[in-house]
Design a protein around this ligand. Sequence first.
Ligand code: G6P
Length: 370
Amino acid sequence: GMAEKAGYDHFMLKEIHEQPESLRRAISGRLSNGNSQVILDELNLAADEINNYERIYIVACGTAYHSGLVAKYLIEDLVRIPVEVDIASEFRYRNPLVNDKTLVIVVSQSGETADTLAALREAQDRGAKVIAISNVVGSTIPREADEVIYIHAGPEIAVASTKAYINMLIVFYLLTIYLAQLKETISEEEIKRLIKALKQLPNQVAQIIKDSESEIKRFASDYAEYENAFFIGRSLDYAVALEGALKLKEISYIHAESYAAGELKHGTLALIEEGVPVIALATQNSVVDKMLSNIKEVQAREASVTGIVLSDEDEVFKSLDHTIEIPTTEELLTSILTVVPLQLLAYHVAVERGCDVDQPRNLAKSVTVE
Ligand code: G6P
């Protein structure tokens, strides 16, 4: 009933609004007093053990898999170990290159997903150590894993995951810095800088919701009429674009595709025509000029472009149909901010289309059978 939803129309909207608090819980107790180190007391990983790992596998399903795609960028950049991200139902059936020199990280909100559990067992059979990242304390995956990091998102009721995704990301940020500390692949100054930025993320998420929700709600009604939408981005924005497209598909039933923006010209551009919604994520400074050219490509085909940008100063951004500005942070940490407008967009489009937001057709919160 309304009481459990704390006045919100749906659990999904409640959970989106809970994200600042949920992030704070995940960070709490995991930073040293002077904010100079990440502390993950629950982990039993020695420095020489980390140096033994030649490769990391991140294995998961759905939204949890998308959190792994973000983590690949972070870990490869800061820890300098190659990372493979795999869909659990693929990993378990394909003779993966896993042995005692592999660290396997399985990610599961519920801790009960059958495919992820099977992948965990497969990895352990091959001699790998498995860390579980999960939300539900005492669920099967954390119980069977060698190590557990809980995301502390609190109960998530809506089928479409929001606060669990964002908390998976913050835990991956913490874990990445932690591994980099152990492996000494980043300087103390860099650690301090990242931690400082990380601590601001909860307030920045709150600010995005406050500043952009009414505008998103307004243009969601235009987008609700379309049957197709495209999400484009580069680098970390591409990983978040995949999650944005999934959110829209799950709850609004609009067919949404996500593309690495540089790949558009190799096929997808054929689908872009007048009025088609294109959501362009352009928060990665190192590739923003490339994104501007990709945006021009879809504008030339008269797409209706929404930009998720750091600031709308650039002329190209001024010419977009809609722009949502997100606050500035470290380039590696943007994903937690970028996804918020995409969650709100999916939610308001689904409401506009009269969909059952919290209980989408054919989907379950947790899939415990194959
Ligand atoms: C189901 C849910 C998705 C979720 C996926 C993985 O398909 O509908 O929202 O991402 O399972 O769930 P897990 O609990 O393992 O994170």
